[in-house]
Design a protein around this ligand. Structure first.
Ligand SMILES: [Zn+2]
Length: 485
């Protein structure tokens, strides 16, 4: 078994070889924090979380760097329009940093719920302005960037001979899609912005040799990946929609500035679609994870996303998520039953389970084919279920099945096969638990009152009151109401 990774640079599945033995350096383009995290984010970061987890399972030490774009991502791709965060802060009358921090928090909260491990390093563009300015200086010195009279700096794509090696685009083909006006001071359409002069109203701006302004979007990823992973690193990941112009521009900047290959493997996850069309915040048809989680438990959303290999699109469909969520829960039930009865074996020795494990790992080795890997889990779960129904049960065999789910599938896919996962409807149980706790406290308070411990009993009432619990005393005891839970 050798791990093969599909690299968009060669459009081939290549055998994976890391630069440093047993270490993997990976950089994944993070979110632009100006809106709530949506299904597109979930797909991308769950997929790369599995990539990271699989390397860790294989014994690699993974350094996973992910950026937070908190400045410089413009509304249009052709260096036109407003900075996305600046626009949001203007609309909501907030400081841009408030906007960025608020949505960054929302992003991580949603990822935690999806069981996505936090990056080894999470880096913000606004924290790297000095390094960005330095890199732009290098590009100007090398003749690959030019400063315009307006105080803007652009990368001259004709100075990078391999331009288009990722996306297959050629100079002169122009930028795709409907674009509004292209910046007037560019030499050619495809040249892209490294530094933009800020106008008076712009809030996030820094002094530079060229103007008081802010960096372009692409440069941050080149600068931060170099800082934490070196000039050349193993894997760069991102959504397929970022391949052009974002990743193409990253390659151009980095390879000119550093004079060496940027990354060895470029991985792109496919998109979440609605009726076959891309879902995304900027297109206005996205579905915020907050809303999705009210209908489908986050862990079931994760399971659903892994039912497609990462290079295939995922159709957004609540019904389908719920239906597949049932299958996942059934697996959890069977595994829990087996575990409760016979525990987890130390090592899989039964031939049947060994074979499932081999097939599962082969699927993962084949460019992280989670779809195929999960099919072996479904098979194993059926077999385990019928083993559990037998009159005479094979303890070792059952604990081997549990091992397969618990020690192989769970660490790799990030899917705990346990029943205690919160489901979307579990919140009602929380309420009943809260009520029980309040009831208990108030009973204790009644006892205190009987003993004349009034200050302590008042303290309990006041504390509860501060949590929004209104307590009413009556002749035959008490009653309470939760007013602002
Ligand atoms: Zn990026």
């Amino acid at each position: 078994m050798t791990l093969k990774v599909y690299s968009t640079l060669t459009n081939e599945k290549e055998e994976f070889k890391s630069i440093i033995p047993n270490h993997v350096g990976m950089y994944v383009c993070g979110p632009t924090v100006y809106g709530l995290p949506h299904m597109g984010h979930a797909k991308s970061y769950v997929c790369f979380d599995v990539v990271r987890r699989y390397f860790e399972y294989l014994g690699y030490k993974v350094k996973y760097v992910q950026n937070i774009t908190d400045v410089g991502h413009l509304v249009g791709d052709a260096d036109e329009g407003e900075d996305k965060i600046q626009k949001k802060s203007r609309l909501e009358n907030l400081d841009p940093m408030e906007v960025a921090y608020y949505y960054e928090t929302k992003y991580f909260e949603a990822m935690d719920k999806l069981n996505v491990l936090r990056p080894s390093i999470s880096v913000r563009a606004t924290g790297h302005i000095i390094e960005i300015i330095d890199t732009i200086k290098t590009l100007i010195e090398k003749g690959a960037a030019y400063v315009t009279d307006e105080g803007n700096v652009y990368f001259d794509i004709t100075k990078f001979k391999d331009y288009g090696k990722l996306s297959g685009r050629k100079i002169g083909e122009g930028l795709s899609g409907e674009r509004i006006e292209i910046a007037k001071d560019k030499r050619r359409n495809e040249d892209f912005s490294l530094w933009k002069k800020a106008d008076e109203t712009h809030l996030m701006k820094w002094a530079s040799p060229w103007s008081v302004g802010y960096p372009g979007w692409h440069i941050e990823c080149s600068v931060m990946s170099k800082k934490y992973l070196g000039d050349t690193f193993d894997i760069h990941g991102g959504g397929i929609d970022n391949m052009f112009p974002h990743h193409e521009s990253e390659i151009a900047q980095s390879e000119v500035a550093n004079g060496v290959k940027f990354v060895n493997y470029f991985m792109h996850n496919n998109l979440v679609t609605v009726g076959g069309k891309k879902m995304g915040k900027s297109l206005g048809n996205s579905s915020a994870l907050e809303e999705v989680f009210k209908k489908v438990a986050p862990i079931e959303v994760r399971y659903y996303l892994l039912l497609n290999q990462y290079r295939r699109p995922t159709e957004f469909n609540i019904e389908a998520m719920l239906k597949n969520g049932e299958a996942y829960k059934e697996m959890c039930e069977v595994v829990t039953k087996g575990k409760e009865k016979f525990g987890v074996s130390d090592e899989i020795t039964s031939d049947k389970v060994k074979e499932h494990k081999t097939m599962f790992l082969d699927a993962m080795d084949n460019d992280f084919n989670t779809a195929l890997a999960i099919s072996y889990l479904l098979k194993a779960s059926k077999e385990l279920s019928s083993e559990l129904e037998k009159g005479e049960q094979d303890a070792k065999l059952i604990s081997d099945y549990v091992n397969f789910f618990d020690k192989v599938a769970n660490p790799i896919l990030g899917l705990p096969f346990e029943l205690e996962n919160k489901t979307a409807s579990d919140s009602s149980d929380d309420t009943s638990l809260t009520n029980q706790v309040i009831e208990e406290l108030l009973t204790v308070r009644s006892e205190l009152k009987k003993k004349g411990e009034y200050s302590l009993s008042d303290e309990i009432r006041n504390k509860l009151n501060s949590f929004g619990v209104e307590v009413k005393d009556s002749k035959d005891g008490f009653s309470f109401k939760i007013v602002n839970k």
